[in-house]
Design a protein around this ligand. Structure first.
Ligand SMILES: C[S@@+](CC[C@H](N)C(=O)[O-])C[C@H]1O[C@@H](n2cnc3c(N)ncnc32)[C@H](O)[C@@H]1O
Length: 228
């Protein structure tokens, strides 16, 4: 669809005043409190009425929307500074990293065509292992034959499942060796489709090495397939 069907400033203002008091806002606020969400993504946030209401102290709240007019309006409102606003659609969601709760209110999901819908759901559900690849969460120290080693990971670039990261290794003598790597993350559905296209049959996918079912936070995908 048109990325900015809400492109008229006055209509956007009218939308905002017409939607100021909606029953669903209370529902989402309670949900966020109940699941103790510290990081929330509001997908298709529009003028940010709900997004700003979710932004309580200590919480990270991110609003994503492809309409420049809607998002421009959202950015100018009181309390907007408590939210991180991202221009874009589902392809921009990975820039938000891992979140505790995704909300999508006011018919946003009904704006998605049948063709776009499955991949949007996948983007929202995708486990993002790389979201934790930063110095503080990956830092370790250990002994290796040449002495003491300090090591950590740092992501430098994320783009549509393409993740670039540096693996830092500081050896006993203080020398730091950095190994830069590029990984392409694909969903179970994407890999299954690719295997089918390549002619494989009898495809089974598991979420771990003990035949676990695939869950939305599975960090390992194990495939078995037969060549006919
Ligand atoms: C009816 S408004 C709802 C706004 C807000 N969530 C609310 O509850 O007030 C629908 C929003 O969906 C956004 N939208 C349309 N297509 C989208 C897409 N492909 N991905 C994300 N958002 C989209 C529009 O820009 C618009 O801001």
């Amino acid at each position: 669809m048109d990325k900015d069907s809400y492109r008229d400033e006055q209509l956007v203002e009218l939308y905002d005043s017409d939607n100021a008091a909606r029953d669903d806002h209370g529902y989402y606020r309670t949900l966020a409190d109940t699941v103790e969400a510290n990081k929330i993504l509001d997908f298709g946030c529009g003028t940010g009425l709900l997004t700003r209401a979710l932004a309580t102290p200590g919480r990270v709240v991110i609003g994503v929307d492809p309409s420049a007019t809607m998002l421009g309006y959202a950015r100018r409102q009181r309390g907007a500074e408590a939210v991180t606003w991202i221009d874009g659609d589902a392809t921009a969601v990975e820039g938000a990293g891992d979140v505790d709760l995704v909300v999508s209110s006011g018919n946003t999901m009904m704006h998605l065509s049948p063709e776009a819908y499955p991949s949007v759901l996948t983007s929202l559900a995708e486990a993002r292992a790389w979201a934790h690849w930063n110095r503080s969460e990956t830092y370790t120290e250990r002994e290796i034959p040449s002495g003491h080693l300090r090591e950590w990971l740092e992501v430098t670039e994320v783009n549509h499942g393409r993740v670039v990261f540096d693996a830092h290794n500081v050896f006993q003598d203080g020398r730091e060796a950095v190994y830069t790597s590029v990984l392409y993350f694909r969903t179970a559905e994407e890999i299954t489709t690719d295997l089918e296209r390549a002619g494989f049959v009898d495809i089974h996918v598991h979420g771990g090495w003990s035949n676990e079912s695939v869950a939305k936070d599975s960090s390992t995908l194990v495939f078995q397939a037969k060549k006919p």
